[in-house]
Each structure stands twice: as C-alpha cells, then as structure tokens.
Design a protein around this ligand. Structure first.
Ligand code: PLP
Length: 283
C-alpha cells in the first residue's frame, strides 16, 4: 500500500468563505483520513511479537474499517467487539461493516474480555490513545510548513477529540473544533484525559442546536450536497455536516483564514447514504 504523504493542501470557496482544505482523505484509498494519522504509529514502529489486534465500538465505525486494513497488511488477526449488530445490517452487510469482514475481521457480539494473550495489542475505541500523537504530529508538521506566514485557524469536527487535541499541541495556529459525539463537557473531559494542561486544549465551539451522533438531519444532508456541488469535494456524512454548520455559524468569531481538515471516512458514506435514502423514501 502506498501512502501519498504529505497530503495535498488545496484552496476552495464555500458560502463566501475562502478556505484551505487539507486532503487527508486522499492519503490512500483504504487507509486514509485521521484514522490513518492516528494509527500511523502501528505502521512506522515495529510492534514486535504481535499476532492480533483487538478493538471495540460500533458496527459501522471508520476506525474498525481502518484497523481491518492494517491487520490484513501486517498479517495480524483482527478481533472486534460490538454490543449489538442490527438485524438489517446482518442480513444486508454494507459499508464499513461489510468491508471490514471482507478484510478478515473476526466480529464478536459480546463484551470486551478482561484479559488477552500477551501477543495481543488492544486499540481503544476510535483509536483514542496517546500513541496517536505520533501520526497527528506529522500532520501538524505538514500544516506548519504549508501555512507558514499565514494568519490562519485550523478547524475540524471532533469525535473523541484525539486528532484536535494533538493538533493543537503541535501547531502554532489556534485549533477550533466542535463536538459531534456528546457535548462540550464530554469533549473537554476527553481532552483532559490526554493532556492535563488546559492551555494546550483546542477551542470548543458549541453547535447552534443539539444533534445526536449518527442521527439523520435534513440540514446535514443539504449542506453535504451543497459542499459537493460548490467545491466538487465529497465530505463525510457523519462529522463534516455538523462541522460545516458550526463553521458557518462562527466564522466572524474565528476571524481568521480557515484551514479545514478533511478527515476522510468516505467509505462510511455508503451506509449513511442508504439510511438517508430509506428514511426519505418513506416520508
Ligand atoms: C474518526 C473521525 C473523526 C473524529 O476523530 P477524533 O480524533 O475521534 O475526534 C472525524 N471525522 C472523521 C471522518 C472520522 O472518521
């Protein structure tokens, strides 16, 4: 697998905002976006004596898919634990779930065991762990070189907040983010688990209203389509729509040029698009 690194930095315009776009979605077809950055430590360091990796989370997770690619590449077993797989998904496998299974993922609909054999490496849900700093620091270095001399703020939507936190730690620019999973209090707590010094935390912008992670919203789909039409770029359907709604709502407050990080996740769009289709065919 060849990775195109450093990833491209491009310029676009949307709703009157000129912005830079860091194309981490183009790092590779299979191993891209912030999951590639967060898991880069596994690629660049010989992890000796490992026969299998274990992780857990949702059945359509982007991190799950990326881990399946990595495990296949490295010749490791990949065991993944989920609480529950929806009947529809089992009957009609699609999206990240389908492709991870095709890559040899062994799925367990069971609680994560307490202990594993010593040749097992446990990866936290969504790749939220301190080792992720290694790859995100590389992203920060690329951005620092790309944007030298610019008066810019970096923006990206957060899940666990791991990417935003390590970016802020290594960037000379302010980093703004918004919580897509949970609220600002949850995200702050996530930051605190990785870095005690609050001065090194990104700035959290609260969404204009409460959205539930993974739910379908008309305004999400609308802005996703508009972005595609006006920029030609396909964004992800889980995080980016809220990211852009927040960015548009706070553009004055940010008050600098924006660099938006495209964090990939496009293979997850397949299942989201199916859900949007099913929902609106009915109504
Ligand atoms: C995983 C993911 C995120 C969230 O990343 P965190 O480091 O957990 O905040 C954002 N966007 C996309 C497309 C992702 O796949």
């Amino acid at each position: 697998m060849t990775l195109s690194l450093p990833s491209a930095l491009e310029k676009y315009s949307f709703e009157g905002i000129d912005f830079y776009l860091k194309r981490d979605d183009l790092i590779s077809e299979d191993f891209s976006g912030n999951k590639a950055r967060k898991l880069m430590w596994l690629l660049d360091h010989e992890v000796s004596g490992i026969k299998r990796i274990v992780s857990y989370g949702s059945a359509q997770s982007n991190a799950m898919y990326s881990l399946s690619v990595l495990a296949q590449m490295c010749g490791w077993e990949f065991h993944y634990y989920v609480d529950h797989v929806a009947g529809y998904l089992k009957a009609h496998p699609h999206g990240n779930y389908r492709y991870a299974l095709q890559n040899g993922m062994q799925l367990h609909e069971a609680p994560l065991p307490d202990a594993f054999p010593s040749d097992t490496l446990l990866i936290e849900e969504g790749g939220r762990q301190k080792e992720a700093e290694y790859g995100v620091k590389m992203l920060a270095k690329e951005l620092t070189e790309d944007l030298a001399g610019c008066d810019v703020a970096v923006f990206l939507p957060s899940g666990t907040g791991t990417t935003a936190l390590f970016l802020q730690k290594h960037l000379p620019f302010p980093v703004f983010t918004t919580p897509c999973v949970g609220d600002a209090v949850y995200l702050k707590r996530q930051f605190g688990m990785l870095e005690e010094d609050c001065a090194l935390h990104p700035t959290i912008l609260e969404p204009p209203k409460k959205y539930h992670f993974g739910k379908l919203y008309r305004e999400f789909f609308k802005i996703w389509i508009e972005l595609k039409e006006k920029t030609g770029v396909t964004f992800d359907l889980l995080y980016d729509p809220l990211g852009w709604l927040v960015l548009l709502a706070y553009r004055e407050r940010i008050g600098r040029e924006i660099c938006y990080i495209h964090q990939g996740g496009l293979q997850g769009n397949e299942s989201m698009l199916k859900r949007y289709e099913r929902k609106w065919k009915q109504s």
